[in-house]
Design a protein around this ligand. Sequence first.
Ligand SMILES: [Zn+2]
Length: 189
Amino acid sequence: MAELKQKSPLAWNDLKEKAPEHHRWCRAFFNEENMCELIDNNIAEAFNGSLLAARKMSVVSLFEQIRRMLMERISQNLKECSKWKGGIGPRIWRVIEKNSRAANYCEVIFNGAAGYEIMHGEDRYIVNLSEKTCSCKKYTLSGIPCTHAITAIRDKRGKVEEYVSSWLHFSTYMRVYSNVLQPMTGRND
Ligand SMILES: [Zn+2]
């Protein structure tokens, strides 16, 4: 914030009331328990967008619309999950593949216990594989091994898949989506 104030007093003034630890616009202050590195509110917007017609309805009809929407969504997600090859989904594999390519440019030093020091260009990062953390915070926040964690996993000759957070495993998704909603009869019944 001090550096920002020097560069742009106007920007500093705008942001000074919105401390990053309270408003969460800075990765360093994200909540690590959520296992999600996203900061935007797209999920609320998307949910709201799908209810455009229903928003004008009375409360019971609105709830009914949401129930039907969720019933379909859960069954669609269950169907998608059953197509996964291996223990994690295709979107997570794509992130791992991207991070793996960048890992070719990293160097590693191992301390003999759980700590890895990863050199990535001019920067250095600390990876702890048993705690599934990296000081760049991407691994800690998303549960998907970052470039630095992949460098450490390679050094250990481990399998990347085994270092993905259990929140993102096939078995967890199946456990969540196997709780389906039951069909209901209409208003006349
Ligand atoms: Zn990292």
